[in-house]
Write a protein that binds this ligand. Structure first.
Ligand code: FE
Length: 335
C-alpha cells in the first residue's frame, strides 16, 4: 500500500516538474469524429490531469479512416475516436488500429462493449430505442421494437434514413439476435407504418413526434437529452424496449490506438484516463450519454428516464453484420 502511494506521488512529481522542457514529446495527436464542442472539454481535462497536450483533427468517421489508410506510417495520429461500433469495427478491419494491452481498461469496460482483440474500446454508451409522444401514446402501448411493425402504428412511425450507421447497427444486432428472416419481417412492418419519408437525423425524428407528424420513432437517447435540456416540456419520452427478453439496443462512442502511433505510451495513458470517473462524468454531463464504467452518475435529464436492461449482444456484431443489414433494409424499401 505504502509503496503504491509513494509511486503515485513520484509519478505526480515527474509530471508536474519540467513541463515546458517535455512539451514536444508530450503531445498526443487525435483524429476524432466527435464534435469539437463535446470533445474539447475531454481533452482539456486530460491535459489538466496529466500535463499531456492534445492536438486534434475532426472529420467524418469514414473520412478519418480513409485518411489513416492513406497516411500509413506517416500519420501523425496516435488515437482514433469515433462513434458507433460499426465504424470502430470498420477501422479495425481497415488495418488502421493496433491492439492495446491495459489491465485497467479491460477491467473497467465490459467485454461486449469492446473489441475481443483489444483494437477498440467503447468509452461512452447510448441507447437507440423507441421514442413516444408522452400524451398521444401510453407507456403500456409498446414494449418491443417488434411492436412498431404492428398495423396499429400505420402512418404513425417516423424513422431516420437507413444510410445512417446507427440504424445499420440496430438492424445488424437484430439479425444477430433474431435471425435474418424475422428481422426482415419486422423491418418491412416498420416501413409499412411510416408516416412520412425517413429523416436525415435523429433530432428531426424527435421534432416530428413533438409536432404531431408521427407518434413514435427510434432514436439515440442523447438527442432527446439535448432537446429536453433546452426545453423541459419537450413532449417525447423513451420506451425501454425488450425488457422481458434481449434488452435495449445500445451502442458506443469508442477509441483505439492507431496502427502507426508515434506515442503509443501517451495513447495508452489517454485511454486509461478515459475510463476514470472524471472523464466518464464529462460524457455523461456534456452529451447526456451513459457511462461505460459502473458507478458514474448520469445527467439529471437522463436520470429522470430511469434505468433499463441493456442488450448484451457483442457490439462487434454491428460491424460483422453491417453489410447484411444494409441489404436487408434495402430489400424492405427503407430509404
Ligand atoms: Fe450521434
Amino acid at each position: 500500500m505504502q509503496r503504491r502511494t509513494f509511486l503515485t506521488a513520484l509519478t505526480a512529481a515527474l509530471i508536474a516538474a519540467p513541463v515546458s522542457a517535455t512539451v514536444a514529446a508530450e503531445t498526443l495527436t487525435v483524429y476524432t469524429s466527435r464534435n469539437e464542442q463535446l470533445i474539447q472539454p475531454v481533452f482539456d481535462a486530460f491535459t489538466k490531469a496529466t500535463g499531456i497536450t492534445v492536438r486534434f483533427t475532426t472529420d467524418k468517421d469514414g473520412a478519418l479512416i480513409e485518411r489513416l489508410k492513406a497516411e500509413g506510417e506517416n500519420t501523425p495520429a496516435d488515437v482514433l475516436i469515433t462513434v458507433d461500433a460499426g465504424n470502430l469495427w470498420l477501422a479495425k478491419r481497415s488495418g488502421v488500429l493496433q491492439p492495446l494491452t491495459s489491465d485497467v481498461v479491460l477491467q473497467k469496460i465490459p467485454a461486449h462493449l469492446r473489441d475481443a482483440d483489444n483494437h477498440w474500446f467503447g468509452v461512452s454508451l447510448r441507447a437507440r430505442t423507441v421514442m413516444r409522444h408522452v400524451e398521444r401514446v401510453r407507456a403500456d402501448e409498446i414494449a418491443r421494437y417488434e411492436d412498431l411493425a404492428d398495423p396499429k402504428w400505420k402512418g404513425r412511425l417516423c424513422l431516420r434514413t437507413s444510410k445512417n450507421v446507427y440504424n445499420q447497427s440496430l438492424v445488424a444486432t437484430m439479425i444477430a439476435d433474431l435471425g435474418e428472416a424475422k428481422t426482415e419481417a419486422i423491418v418491412k412492418g416498420w416501413v409499412a407504418n411510416l408516416a412520412t419519408l425517413p429523416f436525415p437525423n435523429d433530432t428531426a425524428v424527435l421534432e416530428a413526434i413533438a409536432q404531431g407528424i408521427c407518434d413514435v420513432g427510434i432514436t439515440n437517447t442523447y438527442y432527446l437529452g439535448r432537446l429536453v435540456a433546452k426545453n423541459p416540456q419537450f413532449p417525447v419520452v423513451p420506451v425501454w424496449t425488450n425488457q422481458q427478453d434481449r434488452g435495449v439496443h445500445v451502442n458506443v462512442s469508442g477509441v483505439g490506438v492507431t496502427k502507426h502511433a508515434k506515442h503509443p505510451e501517451l495513447a495508452k495513458r489517454f485511454i486509461e484516463w478515459l475510463v476514470t470517473s472524471d472523464a466518464q462524468k464529462i460524457f455523461a454531463e456534456q452529451n447526456h450519454e451513459y457511462p461505460v464504467v459502473e458507478g458514474t452518475p448520469v445527467s439529471p435529464v437522463v436520470a429522470r428516464w430511469g434505468t433499463f436492461q441493456a442488450s448484451q449482444t457483442p457490439l462487434s456484431k454491428a460491424g460483422e453484420l453491417q453489410r447484411a443489414a444494409v441489404q436487408l433494409m434495402d430489400r424492405a424499401g427503407w430509404r
